[in-house]
Ligand binder design. Structure first.
Ligand code: LHQ
Length: 259
């Protein structure tokens, strides 16, 4: 039995494809374990500088595999969250590489939470977000109560989480949940292009930016100013900063090696 995850690394960009199209890429235990293992391995691999997350077939991810939950062996929900889902979304936020979610189709339940945990979201016109939790008597999980209000503000977060109507791609773009809509046939190419732009950046600066944006939510303005000064001091002494300045002077593209 395959675990339902395809991992492809081409140069500095890794693409993770949730690959159980017959079940709309719903998340089983083997798929969750494979996803966490892949994120951990890629996170530790300095040659990988950006990650694309997408789904095979017509869906991005339908969330928890509901057939699996029917098994008498299924772990209690809090255990499933603490041991499987939370480590995945935590890894997405703690690894240094930026993650681009290419939302090719429906993203439901924890599948939507995965998209919300990425750094950048682009979507096909066919994409929709379904906060399907309420319909099955649950709360948004896998980080969605944290990520969603930060991405779209409290009013839309409440509407999406409580009313739960499917959100189409156009509205998702309008409220800022996805940054752009791309025709389905070019979605992956565009995600790859964005990932390669990110991968061409100075890795330490990319990582520091990702983590500083997250940390801002629990910082005061003054603390953020201090943190920026500290980071800028450290990055300003890096070889990559010197390379960036040299490339500007010499009117060429910089080549950052992560030092
Ligand atoms: C599926 C699924 C699925 C299995 C479609 N599982 N097969 C929960 C519990 C534990 C711990 C932590 O957190 C969570 C969080 C969650 O993720 S809760 C939310 C779980 N997800 C859902 O409630 C979504 C369920 N699916 C749907 O509402 C629909 O399938 C959507 C709106 C995603 C897509 O609708 P359609 O485009 O009409 O497709 P479909 O319903 O016909 O599905 C196609 C096939 O995929 C079908 O199988 P079949 O053999 O009949 O062709 C579905 O059974 C299967 N599938 N979602 N989550």
């Amino acid at each position: 039995m395959t675990d339902g995850l395809r991992v492809e690394v081409e140069g500095p960009v890794a693409t993770l494809t949730l690959d159980r199209p017959e079940a709309l890429n719903a998340l089983t235990v083997p798929l969750k374990e494979a996803l966490l293992a892949a994120l951990s391995e890629l996170g530790a691999d300095r040659t990988v500088r950006a990650i694309v997350l997408t789904g095979a077939g017509r869906a991005f991810c339908a969330g928890q595999d509901l057939a699996e939950r029917a098994s008498p062996d299924a772990a209690p929900l809090e255990v499933e969250l603490r041991e499987r889902y939370n480590p995945i979304v935590r890894a997405m936020r703690t690894i240094d590489q930026p993650i681009v979610a290419a939302v090719n189709g429906v993203a439901a339940g924890a599948g939507a939470s995965l998209a919300f945990a990425a750094d950048i979201r682009i979507a096909a016109p066919e994409a929709r977000f379904v906060l399907a939790f309420g319909r099955i008597g649950l709360v948004p999980d896998s980080g969605a109560t944290w990520t969603l209000p930060r991405l779209v503000g409290p009013a839309w977060a409440a509407e999406l989480a409580l009313v739960g109507d499917p959100l189409d791609a156009e509205t998702a773009a309008r409220i800022g949940l996805v940054s752009r809509i791309v025709p389905a046939e070019s979605l992956l190419a565009e995600a790859d292009r964005i990932a390669r732009v990110l991968a061409a950046g100075a890795p330490a600066a990319m990582a520091a930016t990702k983590h500083a944006l997250d940390a801002s939510w629990s910082r005061s303005f003054d603390d953020a100013l201090d943190a920026e000064a500290d980071l800028q001091g450290r990055l300003g002494r890096s070889a990559d900063h010197a390379e960036g300045l040299a490339a500007f002077r010499e009117k060429r593209a910089p080549s950052f090696d992560g030092h």
